[in-house]
Design a protein around this ligand. Structure first.
Ligand code: 5GP
Length: 190
């Protein structure tokens, strides 16, 4: 998606540890117009997949997942990272190691929101080592729902996540694929 790549080059900052900071359009301030176009693109890519729900992890996945859900005309579910008083024990839970925060978190989805017969599309902002997506795939398995595919806004193709998902056989669509962040410079796969 050329518009997204252009924005990454213009506004992205490369931080130590192969972290790309894009907090002025994706991770803190959100460019709502760009998010809408991202939703249109994911909806176009997955329109024939009979998706019943879009699933992501809070918080950075919510913006692109919501616009995708709007354009597919289905609900959005975001897995929650913190147990709250309003979350009951009736949960599907997986443990996820966070790439940027370097801690493990449980992520949970209330059992009421995933039902046998659902066909989900997983959306996330970044793919690095694939831990977040792996956690969502685990929850999908626990809930006995089928996974139509995975949509990633920015994939760091030089890290482990891409290969991990490829091995799982689930369809992966990434809108921007980064080959390298060496020397503070963003190089795309194509
Ligand atoms: P993974 O679980 O694939 O290792 O990492 C994915 C999660 O870590 C994403 O949901 C995202 O929040 C965060 N993440 C991984 N790499 C980056 C990065 O380079 N920049 C930002 N802003 N977040 C990242």
């Amino acid at each position: 998606m050329d518009l997204l790549k252009k924005r990454i080059v213009e506004d992205g900052t490369v931080l130590p540890g192969n972290v790309l900071k894009v907090d002025n359009f994706l991770n803190h301030q959100v460019d709502s117009q760009l998010m809408d176009k991202i939703g249109v693109e994911f909806a176009r890519l997955f329109k024939n997949e009979k998706i019943t729900k879009v699933v992501t992890v809070e918080s950075s996945g919510i913006a692109p997942a919501l616009t995708t859900a709007i354009h597919l005309g289905v609900p959005l579910i975001f897995a929650r990272k913190h147990k709250s008083l309003t979350l009951t024990d009736n949960l599907y839970t997986a443990s996820v190691y966070s790439y940027t925060k370097q801690v493990s978190n449980d992520i949970s989805v209330d059992k009421r929101f995933l039902n046998a017969g659902d066909r989900i599309l997983i959306i996330d902002d970044f793919l690095a080592n694939g831990q977040a997506v792996q956690g969502l795939l685990e929850i999908a398995k626990l809930a006995n729902v089928s996974v139509a595919g995975i949509g990633i806004v920015i994939e760091k193709s030089f890290q482990k996540g891409h290969t991990l998902i490829e091995k799982s056989g689930v369809r992966l669509e990434s809108l921007a694929r980064i080959a390298s962040l060496s020397d503070g410079k963003v190089t795309f796969v194509d």
